[in-house]
Design a protein around this ligand. Structure first.
Ligand SMILES: Cc1cc2nc3c(=O)[nH]c(=O)nc-3n(C[C@H](O)[C@H](O)[C@H](O)COP(=O)(O)OP(=O)(O)OC[C@H]3O[C@@H](n4cnc5c(N)ncnc54)[C@H](O)[C@@H]3O)c2cc1C
Length: 453
């Protein structure tokens, strides 16, 4: 055995394996948007290939395990669709694996707390049920163009290079590399190019909720000031975002933010993750030593990497603006409703703001045209790479909305393929009706919709 092994010439480098693959729909990125896109397209009977560069499903949801789904209940009613279905599957488990709760922070509507492991298992099940072909550990590298059409996407995994030949590409990568290489223009950050800070999260288990949350300051400002003064925690931690987790006496800590990180640069993300680990560990120690109710607690579920809020925002047929959101605009091609505040996190200063964007009870919708480029005929995008200005982006970026944007593009892919149309030319009325038939609420002008645009 040893001889056989040694007989192989040591210096031989095997050629990379190359495989080719055709599919109806290629979804790039398995975050909440990619999940929504793949399941929706798969349920129409299309061949769907989902490539995800990590070995996890969930994207930011997987980087920040336990992060609540916000903005799922605009105006008090669930947005429906795949988000509604996923929540319902978790609510109906015994014991329930999710719960709707009011958010302790100003201007945020109710949020859904869920068991991260069971939610992930359920998402894998839904992908399986929709017959989605999953390629984890696979990075989509570059599109092959023929004029305004993507004819193939070159991908790479540890076995080598492979080429996927799709009829439609849905970019849900958060960073939009395939789209930008296909020629779609993009913006980064605010007017000065500042993007929101990245964050590393963790959970404290065995805390005593009654004592931890006995005070009335949801930001734990006094404790944070004490920790900074004592040099126990980093000076950026002037407000501590500590929230009850789903399970009794668990506290989700979404406090450690590192500003000024380019989320598309692996070296910067690695450095921020290392720095984030140091700050999370310091914070956990400080909570245990100094904040009543944490004495017997310990840290779990430290994120595997920082969660990246914002990198590129692609340019679509319609660039959604903060003014449109503030007017509560319901677009004729609206695909999901939303009332999330302007949730801005350390773009240019240490400030975190979440000013309300619409009056209480009102909401706006996100138009399909913000998910469609002007020229590439078989490409759509969904999730945090939406075409939006910085203010609108800060509101639309919640996971429920990203999932619903994905669902809309997966549905639009089925319509485009069925009718042989470029994605720019599909009938928006057909799309809205198809989404309403999937239980998506609060859309469009069709009879039975909650509000007429
Ligand atoms: C710290 C933090 C806190 C947040 N808090 C909340 C909250 O409380 N509630 C809420 O609802 N939302 C919250 N958000 C916002 C929300 O999580 C994100 O906007 C949303 O998850 C984005 O989803 P996405 O699918 O568009 O992108 P992502 O989740 O970023 O997923 C993109 C996926 O694409 C993959 N990918 C990238 N490039 C490639 C490629 N070339 N080939 C293959 N795969 C690729 C990535 O690995 C990733 O898995 C928060 C975000 C952060 C970062």
């Amino acid at each position: 055995m040893l001889e056989q092994f040694c007989a192989r010439p040591m210096a031989t480098i095997c050629p990379m394996q190359t495989t080719d693959h055709t599919t109806d729909v290629l979804v790039v990125g398995g975050g909440t948007a990619g999940f929504g896109a793949a399941v929706a397209a798969g349920r129409f009977g299309l061949d769907v290939c989902l490539v995800e560069s990590t070995t996890r499903i969930g994207g930011v949801m997987a980087s920040c395990p336990g992060m609540p789904w916000g903005a799922a209940y605009p105006g008090g009613t669930i947005i429906g669709g795949l988000m509604g279905e996923l929540a319902e599957r978790l609510y109906s488990m015994s014991p329930p694996a999710a719960e709707k709760r009011p958010c302790s922070l100003e201007n945020f509507g109710p949020e859904i707390l869920y068991d991260h492991e069971l939610a992930t298992v359920t998402m894998f099940e839904m992908l399986d049920e929709a017959s989605v072909e999953l390629h984890l550990g696979t990075i989509a590298v570059a599109p092959v163009m023929d004029g305004n059409t993507i004819t193939a996407v070159e991908c790479r995994d540890r076995l080598g290079d492979n080429t996927i030949t799709p009829r439609i590409v849905i970019d849900c990568s958060g960073d939009g590399e395939i789209s930008t290489r296909a020629g779609v223009p993009y913006d980064v950050g605010d007017a000065d190019g500042n993007t929101m800070g990245v964050s590393l999260t963790f959970t404290m288990v065995d805390a005593d909720w009654d004592r931890v949350f006995a005070g009335d300051d949801p930001y734990f400002t006094a404790e944070a000031t004490r920790g900074i003064t004592q040099r126990r925690i980093h000076e950026d931690l002037a407000q501590l975002y500590l929230m009850k987790g789903l399970h009794q006496n668990t506290v989700f800590c979404n406090s450690v933010v590192i500003p000024g990180v380019d989320g598309t640069d692996p070296a910067e993300v690695s450095r921020a993750t290392q720095e984030g680990r140091r700050r999370c560990n310091q914070l956990a120690g400080f909570l245990r030593d100094e904040v009543p109710g944490f004495e017997r607690s310990r840290m779990t579920h430290l994120g595997p990497t920082v969660g990246v809020r914002e990198t590129r925002r692609l340019s679509g047929i319609h660039r959604l603006s903060g003014e449109e959101l503030a007017r509560g605009t319901k677009f004729v091609d609206g695909v999901v409703c939303c009332d999330n505040p302007i949730d801005d996190v350390m773009r240019s200063s240490a400030a975190m703001t979440h000013d309300a964007i619409v009056d209480g009870g009102d909401y706006y919708t996100i138009p399909f045209r913000s998910l469609v480029p002007t020229s590439v005929e078989n490409l759509m995008f969904a999730g945090r790479i939406i075409s939006a200005d910085p203010v609108a982006f800060a509101s639309v970026r919640g996971m429920p909305q990203c999932m619903a944007m994905g669902q809309a593009t997966g549905t639009a892919a089925a319509i485009a393929i069925d009718k042989g149309l470029a994605v720019q030319n599909i009938d928006h009325h057909d799309l809205v009706i198809a989404l309403q038939e999937q239980g998506v609420r609060g859309l469009g002008t069709a009879p039975g919709s909650r509000q007429i645009c």
